[in-house]
Design a protein around this ligand. Structure first.
Ligand code: PEP
Ligand code: MN
Length: 633
């Protein structure tokens, strides 16, 4: 049964409920959701739910109608996200597990790991205990294989997944394994499920070859009931009368599981089809149907593989598949999982040593040194030691923060004269693990910049970002010059400095003139002095809540029906929220459908989260809080 707790329940009341249920023979799990905190009580005992309803701190009691309880969506409404090291599986991500069917030698697993890592896999797979149909087939290298697998995982910064076939192997496996895999042949080996569940570690549960979805979820229930919270379901094809493929990959299991269970589900098109050439289309189908990840067999030399060679991809094929998944995922509102890489963490430590004070914050921004974003960053982090990471594109700024190469990113989101910088808003949808932690506004004061000693009358060409040229149109009309668009304002200053020509000038901020040793010939050449730009300070989602927050940025879509947007506005109104901005953006991959971005003034972050998770979520379709932060000045 599900016991919904009062929001303001006291600790001692909760303990009393736990004790009551455990004394009656139930196993009790606390599930903290966005909307409510519930206890799940399961066991082979029956009890009158009214006796629980009477306990202090209990709001209501709901029986779970399904035979599987802990695995059921009735118990937990939000998706479970399984975290393994830096890797997350579930939610808006597509995580790719890849590697050979079996670990065959140290060289083979290292070569495979390097290839799949370079293409973007996040978990390394490889069997050391192989359950083979024939007793004469290669059975795996056992502990030696586990050692090689772990070493490859450590070298390439990927947690490792490997199959366990017997409880007797737990002791030897414990030190090497990050994720235990229960194979199709063992899905209903209940003693194995109990023992692996008790380890409390993440488990991939493959669907049995002839298992119904309900039997599969009952097997997951064994794992959950015995101690682990982290079960990843894996559809790997079932036996049907069709024999063109090795198995029939049941893609429809994905939306069914999504409805019945909160657990993540991944797709294994390698075993699902048994044919290399069928892996690519079925992997894409799995992602399109909403899978949380893929498990792909990749072998550096499939023709030499000791098992499952015909279904193993060549590294080049895997690389192409990863590129296609990257392109496909945003169409269904997902992004390929890209965790912080240890190599960057090591790099970060090295950097800090080099900085001597040991504490520089690494801040990425788009543009060349001296860019307005750098000025915004310096203003926001004023008084802190900063080490800047000028980046080629806005996407590179998001990447730098996501991978841990930078602690923060600073990106322009809106100009008071020209409006939103849409590319940056679109990137938030593609980077679900990035959030807004701050805001900074700066006045944009453009200057005419040239080599020291240049006379304005000698200038023939003026370089700047098209926005810079546009914003100084009136001033430029007074000069007899050619206007040359350049990709970046500070970059145009760097270009003029390199050309060393007295006939060239640039339009940019004062910071850029200082960086490149040029002279400001005329200050404040913008047409409208009310020229301000808002910047967001972005960080990884693990970043602690900022202090003194008073603003939130949200993104949502609404159902395509009468009054749906009005419903959201009414929620804002009835909860006393002041909407500061509302703007629509096309949804990529869904022509003529729109997402709405909104800035909202908030009084208390906890109150806002409460309203957001209860009321705004109900009035919207897709909904995300991009960040809660202190409004910048
Ligand atoms: C495997 O992943 O190598 C494997 C043996 O899978 P399954 O249990 O799905 O056959
Ligand atoms: Mn295999």
């Amino acid at each position: 049964m599900i016991i919904i707790l009062n929001r303001d329940i006291r600790k001692d009341q909760k303990t009393a409920i736990f004790n009551y249920l455990e004394n009656k023979g139930f196993k009790v799990k606390e599930i903290v959701g966005e909307e409510e905190t519930v206890l799940g009580a399961v066991g082979a005992v029956s009890i009158d739910p009214r006796s629980v309803e009477l306990l202090a701190g209990v709001k209501s009691v709901i029986p779970i109608s399904k035979p599987y309880k802990l695995a059921s969506r009735e118990l937990r409404k939000e998706d479970t996200v399984v975290t393994i090291g830096n890797v997350k599986i579930g939610g808006p991500r597509v995580a790719v597990f890849a590697g050979p069917c079996a670990v065959e030698s140290e060289e083979q697993i290292m070569e495979a790991a390097e290839a799949v890592f370079n293409s973007g896999a996040v978990i390394l797979r490889g069997g050391a205990f192989k359950p083979r149909t024939s007793p004469y087939a290669f059975q795996g290298h056992g502990e030696k294989g586990l050692k090689w697998l772990k070493a490859a995982g450590e070298k390439y910064d990927m947690p490792v997944a490997t199959e366990i076939v017997s409880p007797a192997h737990i002791d030897v496996m414990r030190d090497y394994v990050d994720i235990y895999q229960i194979g199709a042949r063992n899905m209903q080996n209940f003693e194995l499920l109990k023992s692996v569940g008790e380890l409390g570690k993440p488990v991939i549960l493959k669907r049995g070859m002839s298992a119904r979805i309900e039997e599969w979820l009952m097997a997951a229930e064994y794992l959950l009931a015995h101690g682990t919270d982290d079960v990843i379901l894996c559809e790997r094809g079932i036996r049907t009368f069709e024999n063109y493929t090795r198995n029939t990959l049941d893609i429809s299991a994905i939306p069914i599981i999504k409805k019945l269970s909160h657990l993540p589900i991944i797709i294994d098109p390698s075993h699902g089809t048994g044919l290399r050439e069928k892996v690519h289309p079925m992997a894409l189908a799995g992602v399109a149907a909403g899978a949380d990840g893929l498990m792909i067999e990749v072998h550096p030399h499939p023709e030499e593989a000791l098992s499952d060679g015909p279904q193993s991809l060549y590294p080049e094929q895997f690389d192409k598949l990863m590129k296609d998944i990257q392109a496909l995922a945003p169409v269904i509102g997902k992004e390929i999982e890209r965790p912080v890489r240890k190599s960057f963490i090591v790099h970060k430590l090295a950097d800090r040593d080099a900085a001597e004070d040991g504490g520089d914050l690494r801040v990425a921004y788009q543009g060349e040194p001296g860019a307005y974003s750098e000025l915004a960053a310096a203003g926001h982090f004023s008084g802190k030691a900063l080490s800047f990471r000028p980046s080629k594109s806005f996407e590179a700024v998001f990447d730098s923060v996501l991978t841990g190469a930078s602690d923060y990113g600073v990106i322009p989101v809106e100009n008071a004269l020209t409006g939103s910088i849409h590319e940056c808003f679109d990137l938030f949808l593609r980077y679900p693990d990035i959030r807004i932690v701050g805001e900074k506004q700066i006045r944009i004061q453009h200057n005419l910049i040239a080599l020291p000693g240049t006379a304005i009358t000698d200038i023939k060409k003026v370089y700047s970002h098209p926005q810079g040229l546009m914003q100084c149109a009136k001033f430029l009309e007074t000069l007899d010059v050619e206007q040359v668009p350049y990709y970046d304002t500070a970059g145009s200053v760097s270009f003029v400095a390199q050309q060393k020509s007295g006939e060239l000038a640039a339009i940019a901020g004062a910071g850029a003139a200082a960086v490149y040793g040029l002279e400001i010939l005329k200050e404040g050449v913008e047409t409208n002095p009310c020229n301000f730009t808002r910047f967001f300070i972005i960080a990884r989602s693990e970043h602690p809540e900022p202090e003194n927050t008073n603003k939130a940025t949200i993104v949502f879509s609404v159902p395509d029906e009468k009054g749906s947007l009005c419903g959201v506005l009414q929620v804002m109104d009835s909860n006393g929220l002041n909407m500061k901005k509302l703007e629509s953006r096309p949804i990529h991959g869904k022509p003529w459908e729109y997402m709405f971005y909104s800035d909202v003034e908030i009084k208390d972050p906890d109150d806002f989260i409460n309203i957001a998770s209860k009321n705004i979520r109900k009035a919207t379709e897709d909904f995300r809080v991009l960040g809660i932060y202190k409004a910048g000045i």
